[in-house]
Design a protein around this ligand. Structure first.
Ligand SMILES: [Zn+2]
Length: 77
């Protein structure tokens, strides 16, 4: 849902790395190279960034659709 703030296992801060990691991976760089460049060496921390999925934009879309339907039907938005 949200980008990882800290590693669940060791507690290392990771939130400041998320945007750069996401941008570089979306531009086609291999995730393992990006993690190496960012200095994320522990496998617990690498797991946190590799397996995170942010889907808040998708949830917000459904909330907007629900609000539109409610308004169209005369319900309270
Ligand atoms: Zn860790």
């Amino acid at each position: 849902m949200m980008p990882p703030i800290r590693c669940f296992t060791c507690g290392a801060p990771l939130g400041h790395l998320w945007e750069e990691y996401k941008r570089r991976v979306m531009n086609g760089e291999p995730p393992e190279k990006v993690l190496d460049d960012l200095g994320v060496t522990r496998y617990c921390c690498r797991r946190m960034l590799l397996t995170s999925i942010t889907y808040i934009e998708e949830i917000a879309l459904y909330h907007t659709l629900k609000a539109k339907r409610l308004r169209a039907s005369g319900g309270v938005p």
